[in-house]
Design a protein around this ligand. Structure first.
Ligand code: MG
Length: 232
């Protein structure tokens, strides 16, 4: 036997990358800048900016995340008559968002423990570039939706690309992520195995049958040893 016979592929946002503080911090920076630019922004709140993402997401969910974010920011700026300043404020948003993006504390130790035994991959719908989120050099391969026309999860084509990049049969690949629909159901539909990362201790959605469930990445090594040796 030569080399790992299994691969572990990670979702990015809310799995390896602690995205929420980065997004909140970036929105706060945008709001402060809006208020510096016009008194009309005094009545705009952080909650308004957060709502604007939700308001545009439904119609644009298949679009690149950067486009969805620009559409949300455009809506927020319109609240204060700042529509023409979208380019500058979007640049401010993304600069802060990346500057504040960090892996969860359990991420790097888990990757280090797994690396001797598995091919490690990174596969995201979003724009959390590994190298801009404290994860440079951690993976054998990285896949980003919209690069090379790759559709987003839960598309079967996304997982076909994961399988091709891992260079192993789908059944030898375990996908780890926080989204029941995108990371568990869709991965299993494509023939991969799936570990649901449930950091918040949420009740398991009806019908969801992950191959394993973990509450942190610390327990992953043990779970994966069992999963990847089960049909060795
Ligand atoms: Mg996620």
């Amino acid at each position: 036997m030569s080399g790992p016979r299994s691969a572990v592929v990670f979702d990015a946002d809310e799995t390896l990358v602690d995205l929420r503080p980065a997004i909140t911090g970036a929105l706060v920076a945008v709001l402060e800048e809006m208020r510096r630019r016009t008194p009309a922004a005094a009545t705009v709140s952080l909650a308004d900016l957060e709502e604007d993402w939700g308001a545009v997401f439904g119609a644009l969910s298949a679009a690149p995340v950067q486009e969805i974010r620009r559409a949300a920011l455009a809506r927020s700026l319109a609240r204060a008559g700042l529509e023409t300043e979208l380019d500058e404020l979007a640049e401010l948003f993304f600069a802060r968002r990346y500057a504040l993006s960090r892996p969860f504390p359990d991420a790097l130790p888990a990757l280090a423990a797994l690396r001797p035994h598995h091919v490690l991959g990174f596969a995201t719908n979003g724009n959390s570039r590994a190298e801009r989120c404290g994860l440079a050099g951690q993976f054998a391969f990285e896949l980003y939706a919209h690069e090379g026309g790759l559709p987003k999860k839960p598309a079967g084509e996304f997982f076909a690309a994961v399988v091709a990049a891992a260079g192993l049969p789908a059944a030898r690949i375990v996908h780890v992520g926080d989204s029941p629909e995108h990371d568990v159901v869709a991965a299993q539909r494509a023939g991969l195995r799936a570990v649901w990362l449930n950091r918040g201790g949420l009740p398991r959605p009806r019908g969801l049958e992950p191959d394993a469930e973990v509450s942190t990445l610390a327990g992953l090594s043990t779970v994966l040893n069992t999963l990847t040796s089960a049909n060795a």
